[in-house]
Design a protein around this ligand. Sequence first.
Ligand code: AMP
Length: 399
Amino acid sequence: MELLNIKNLGLFGKKVFIRCDFNVPMDEFGNISDDRRIRSALATINYCLDQNCAVILASHLGRPDGQVMAKYSLSPVARRLNQLLKKEIILAKDVIGDDAIAKANALKENQVLLLENLRYEAGETKNDKELSEKLASMADFYVNDAFGVSHRAHSSVEGMTHLFDNAHKAAGFLLQKEIQFFGKLIEKPVRPFAAIVGGSKVSGKLEALVNLLPRVDKVLIGGGMAFTFLKQMGYDVGASLVEDDLLEEAQHIMDQAKKLGVKFYLPVDVVAAEKFSEDSVSKLVSAQEIPHGWMGLDIGPATVRLYREVLGDVQTVLWNGPMGVYEMEKFARGSNKIAHFVADSYATTVVGGGDTSDLVQRIGLDEEMTFISTGGGASLELLEGKILPGVLPLIVQEA
Ligand code: AMP
């Protein structure tokens, strides 16, 4: 798949709008804990600056759901960009309000403007046409470098692409790199191929799991999502995270795995806690013996040993989603152990998703992985064989 290339655009001295993915994880003090997504966008931004462009950057951060909320402001991102680019970053007070429009109009060659959080506008996630038009009116060119959100048909991702012709839009370097990497991985993964899937919610990853099954040999489940499966198997999971409306779906996934001969693994033991807190009482129990009212917050050592064995012969590993509440040290052990094992293996190791790359980076293993994708949901959808809505309009159509 060939994408419209930023290098073919006549950008020199022009105003360019770059949709970035600056949706970075933050710690409890509001500091950016993993700036990979910001650093990954620098190649495209620097290229545009080298072309003497006036650069307008836009991103979402978290889920403010159409409300202006200080905690979701992009100002920490502006500060980090300022450090990394060694350049003043003009931060607009809004997205398409008077301040953003005035600053975009006044923007000169070689200056960088960052709009406020795109999701302060309720229209962004609804692919609102008027929002796309207002954003598009700010610039001569549109570049999508936001791989992490390219699986969403949002105003700044999909909507805007229809307002620029092929000579005025393109994929940035990061988007190109991610699409190329996953293209190769889908075409010919070296087998056995294992997917390690964790994180909090089954709902976000259910469809991906169903679609991944025909492509992989093994699936290893961890994190909060494991408990929906364990409950469906008849275990008492106490107060662990469960999505009750998805129990049937969970059964469907396990049935499908069986039918396809995919080995499907669930935790056999967990670290259970009385409360969702770092200083809660906790103990190690088998997955069948979670005390009433307690919640499983990490995989236990027997699961780590089992998963280590299961991963022993694999040639390709895709890891998406932490094995436990890794943000709390007490429940980070399972994720850390799996991270070390994946990093040490000779397989092609692919890590996807903000949280998983954050945890890998926290323990200094990011350089040990074959590829760290900036997109979790987006990389899963690519592996399912889907064409992402934000990428589709940027594909070069063969004559
Ligand atoms: P996701 O966004 O679905 O990939 O989920 C990532 C989040 O899952 C992280 O913030 C983890 O703290 C959380 N998580 C992992 N394991 C558990 C668990 N057992 N219970 C609750 N949350 C969890």
